[in-house]
Design a protein around this ligand. Sequence first.
Ligand code: HEC
Length: 177
Amino acid sequence: MRKACIYLSCSRTAFAATIAAWAVLLLGGCEVRTPGSVETRLMQAAKRRVTIGGRSDSNPLSASNENIHAGQRNFAAYCMVCHGLDGQNTGVPFADKMAPPVPPLNSTSVQNYTDGQLHWIIQNGIFPSGMPASRNVFRDEEIWQMVLFIRHLPPVGSLGDPPAYSGELKPSNMPQH
Ligand code: HEC
C-alpha cells in the first residue's frame, strides 16, 4: 500500500512536469497544425465508434457534493492547464490552437459520452491528440470523481483563470520571435 502511494505521488510530479512542458511549448507561440474539417470530422467519428471503450461501465460513486468536490480538486490540479478551472477553457490561451482543439467539457459532444466512456478517456487519453492518459496518475475512484465533476460543471468563467496564466505567462507578454 505504502509503495503504491509513493508510486502515485512520483508519477503525479512527472505528469505535472509534462504538462508544464506542454504549456511552455504552446505558449512559446510554436505553430500547431490544424487539420482540415473533413479530417477532423472523420477522426471524431472513428474515435467515438471504434477507439473509445468503456461504453457500458457505470459510475460506482454517487453524485454527492463530496465526490463532486473531490473531482473538482484533482481537475483543478492536473486538467486545468488545458481545460481551465471550469472545464470550459476559461483563460487557457492555446485551447483553440491545439489540433484537435480542447473542447469545452459541457459541450453536447462531450456530454453525449457515457460515464464509462468519460472514465476511459481520462484513463487512456486520446492518441494522437494532446489529451494525456492519466491511468498512472489517479486511482480509479479519483477518475470516477472527475467524471462526476464533468457532469456538474460550474457556470463558464465562474472560477476565474488558472493561476498559471493569470500573470506574466500570458502570450501577449511573451517575447516575439
Ligand atoms: C495537455 C493538455 C490537456 C490536459 C492536461 C488534459 N486534457 Fe483533456 N483534452 C485535451 C485535448 C487537446 C482534447 C481534445 C481531444 C480530441 O478531441 O481528440 C481533450 C479532450 C478531453 C475530453 C473530451 C474527449 C472528446 O472526445 O471530446 C475529456 C472528457 C477530457 N479531455 C478530460 C480531461 C481530464 C479529466 C483531464 C485531467 C485528468 C484532462 N482532460 C487533461 C487536452 C488536455
